[in-house]
Ligand binder design. Structure first.
Ligand code: NAG
Ligand code: NAG
Length: 494
């Protein structure tokens, strides 16, 4: 709170000055916005569960071991985006070209022994008439051929150990495959997956004419499935923190921005989708994602990645699926904001108050300036919530530009890419906002300048490189061309 005499003086001066210079009642006197229309609206932004469910019904990302053995594991592929299937999501067969995708995986370390696996299902024997089928399932990674002098479970599980994200192996003989019979030394295939499959998913019986007659059609024998006893808890992606999970509930929450399906459960790939998703004009950048596995009739079907501009948690994770669809392994991750209280919500006050500084933000005025940078607690001024930052003399006493800065340097790291996100509005005093100006400073260097004129709330995003303990500041305002800023975030970028 302002000291009482100072407040009184401020008001007296403000009334006198603004009365003589403009007819606008300044923010310090609770003046009204010229056009208060576009603050954050969350109505109608809940998760579009119907679109996700409908896309689960049509996506096809199940595959198995075809082509050449020992192919490098393709990067995680996107199989659908906002209800549209991609090539990788509409193919019956594994298409390594379509599946190859954009980003690098973080190398995973596996240290498992064959005893760390358990038999999920056995084969049906190797008798002359015995026939079996291999797995046609999600999250297929690659396959190898193991020495077929014995039914070589151990070499197969060793192979799984060496493949990043492998948790399941399907071991089987394939007959009448020209390539295996004539170019390779073994017909014992070991196909590995990043998800566990069941005998119900043994649906590939062969039946192809791959070798010239009189050779018969391809067929499968002795198909067994092995799963890692413990599924690895994923490491939170760089710049994110786990908010909940794993549970059987997906979020039904506001700030929804759309979804992507992944060809495997990959929190890093989902984080990248969130990072590169275009900002919502109303709500800003993606800062939360919800990843879960869709199981349909007991079979893993896809890995859903929903994105949000509002951070959520387990309290709204109430979509457990419906009908044949079950939500499994749901987890929420929040993008870490390096700005403490970027929404200016921490100013202690009940209805209307303002201050040049409080514990999280510091406003400074040039010499001779009066409240040229301040923090207001007043819902009608805020983009979201109640708090908002103001640049330009709150009392309308001068035309100097103030500076608002987080009270502490940011806990950033040197050499990493960051993005400064914020909302800005200069719509308080209508046409008198013509000279509105705002500069973004990063370690005392101006990295971005806008001359927005009259402008309602608008989202801005400025890429910067960290030096470690970085100092962020906003400078601007020239009353009555005031600038409001809100929902400031510094996120790790990519
Ligand atoms: C695999 O996908 C790529 C890229 O979508 C496409 O160009 C190619 O024709 C596909 N190959 C097959 C065999 O379907
Ligand atoms: C082992 O694989 C080779 C090459 O495909 C094949 O010729 C041979 O018959 C296989 N042995 C058994 C026992 O299936």
């Amino acid at each position: 709170m302002l000291h009482f005499e100072k407040l009184l003086l401020t008001i007296t001066l403000a009334v006198r000055v603004t009365a003589s210079v403009t007819n606008v009642v300044p923010p310090a006197l609770k003046g009204a916005w010229n056009d208060p229309s576009n603050y954050l609206v969350l109505e109608g932004t809940l998760t579009d569960t119907e679109s996700i469910t409908n896309t689960i019904a049509i996506v096809d990302q199940k595959s198995g071991a075809i082509g050449e053995p020992n192919q490098p594991v393709p990067d995680t592929a996107i199989t659908a985006v906002d209800g549209q299937l991609t090539a990788a999501g509409s193919s019956r067969t594994s298409n390594a070209t379509a599946r190859r995708e954009l980003w690098k995986r973080s190398p995973g370390i596996h240290a498992r022994a064959p005893s760390d696996y358990e038999l999920v299902f056995g084969g049906t024997g190797v008798g002359l008439q015995a026939r079996d089928a291999s797995i046609q399932g999600t999250a297929y990674l690659t396959f190898t051929l193991v020495n077929n002098a014995t039914y070589n479970v151990e070499d197969c599980l060793n192979f799984c150990d060496q493949v990043d994200k492998c948790v399941f192996a399907n071991l089987y003989y394939e007959y009448n495959n020209d390539a295996l019979d004539h170019r390779e030394t073994s017909n014992l295939k070991c196909a590995v997956y990043a998800d566990v499959h069941s005998a119900a998913e043994k649906t590939n019986f062969g039946g192809q004419q791959l070798e010239a007659p009189p050779a018969g059609l391809t067929y499968i024998q002795q198909s067994s499935g092995w799963s890692a006893k413990s599924l690895v808890e994923p490491t939170a992606p760089d710049g994110y923190e786990l908010t909940y999970g794993p549970t059987g509930g997906a979020n039904n929450s506001p700030g929804y921005m759309g979804f992507a399906f992944l060809d495997r459960y990959d929190v890093d790939a989902c984080a990248q989708e969130c990072n590169k998703r275009g900002a919502d004009g109303n709500g800003g950048a993606c800062q939360y994602f919800n990843i879960w596995r869709a199981v349909v009739n007991g079979d893993p079907t896809t890995y859903s990645c929903s994105m949000y501009f509002v951070v959520s948690d387990e309290s709204t994770a109430v979509n457990y699926g419906q009908g044949d669809l079950k939500v499994t392994f749901a987890r929420g991750y929040q993008r870490k904001n390096y700005v403490v209280d970027g929404g200016f919500e921490g100013l202690p006050c009940s209805d209307f108050c303002y201050k040049d500084s409080y514990s999280n933000w510091v406003g400074t005025s040039p010499v001779g300036g009066n409240l040229d940078a301040s923090i207001f607690h007043y819902q009608p001024y805020a983009h979201a919530g109640n708090g908002v930052g103001l640049l330009g003399s709150a009392s309308g006493l001068d035309t100097l530009s103030g500076t608002l800065s987080p009270a502490q340097p940011l806990q950033t790291q040197s050499g990493k890419n960051y993005v400064i996100n914020f909302f800005h509005a200069s719509a308080f005093s209508g046409p008198l906002e013509a000279n509105a100006v705002l500069e973004v400073l990063w370690n005392n260097v101006v990295v971005y300048t806008i001359h927005p004129g009259y402008s309602n709330w608008q989202f801005y995003s400025v890429p910067v490189i960290g030096q470690g303990n970085d100092v962020l500041a906003f400078r601007g305002g020239a009353a009555p061309a005031w600038s409001f800023i809100d929902d400031v975030a510094v996120f790790l970028s990519y």
